[in-house]
Design a protein around this ligand. Structure first.
Ligand code: SAM
Length: 248
């Protein structure tokens, strides 16, 4: 009988092994440079939202005078991230929480959310709630770096190539539109297990258009969107678009 698991229960370990870290390192370096430009000579605080297995967190920690808080809903992903931070011998504050309920002890200088994790906020109301919480937890003038996948990439050669990578570690990945006009999709990851039969997990997301993101971030005057063309070129991930929002 098929058994459904929570998102990332099946995937966590494999996700980390398949991660391409270089683009995350470039993005982290970019954000740190921009934040240090705003606060020369002092330690900066960054929150890694939907930190997953910690590749963005560790990329941030490689820079001097940076403190990191890392937030995620998946206990399996957080466990991998925590082990990595320990190996680096770095103190990170890990928070097991939904980013829609973000509630940091003190406001941070910056935030980052990569690998189109914001797409998990598939309802616009959830995206707006998150933006409000982010606005409450980031200092005025603070920067938020995030990315979003191009809608067209989900049903393209890019996804077929990704599915083959998942296959190489024993998982199949299948994507389908749940509301094509809105860019809403479901990805099913599954594995046939001799002991348990078929196990699978569903990931629901929405590939937001640039115009939708700009409207959401600027709608309640919490943020402005500022240019970052240099990063888009250097990350060389054609299906992802990068955005930088600044707390007003
Ligand atoms: C594709 S992984 C990306 C991990 C990391 N940002 C990176 O670039 O390596 C997506 C992560 O988003 C997390 N996630 C999804 N929805 C979330 C939410 N509402 N709040 C917190 N974390 C969430 C998942 O648990 C998962 O770890």
């Amino acid at each position: 009988m098929a058994r459904q698991l929570d998102p990332y229960a099946l995937l966590a370990d494999v996700y980390d092994r398949l991660s391409r870290v270089e683009s995350k390192e470039i993005a982290a370096e970019y954000l740190v440079r921009r934040l240090k430009g705003l606060h020369p000579g002092r330690t900066i605080s960054v929150v890694d939202l939907a930190c997953g297995s910690g590749n963005v967190t560790t990329a941030l920690l490689r820079h001097e005078n940076v403190t990191v808080t890392a937030v995620d809903t998946s206990a399996s992903m957080l466990a991998i991230a925590e082990a990595k931070a320990q190996r680096l011998n770095q103190a990170v504050s890990f928070v097991h929480s939904d980013i829609r309920q973000l509630d940091l002890a003190t406001p941070h200088d910056g935030a980052v959310c990569l690998s189109f994790s914001l797409a998990y906020l598939a309802e616009k109301a959830d995206l707006l709630q998150f933006i409000r919480r982010l606005g409450a937890n980031i200092r005025r003038g603070g920067l938020f770096l995030f990315d979003m996948i191009d809608r067209s990439a989900l049903r393209s050669d890019w996804f077929d190539i990704e599915a083959k990578r998942w296959q190489s570690v024993g998982l199949s990945a299948r994507v389908e539109w749940t509301d094509r006009a809105a860019g809403a999709y479901r990805i099913e990851y599954s594995r046939d297990d001799l002991q348990h039969g078929r196990v699978f997990e569903h990931h629901h997301g929405r590939a937001y258009l640039e115009s939708e993101l700009v409207t959401a971030f600027t709608s309640e005057s919490y943020f402005t969107i500022v240019p970052l063309s240099a990063l888009a070129t250097s990350c060389a991930t054609p299906h992802l678009r990068y955005f930088l929002a600044q707390r007003t």
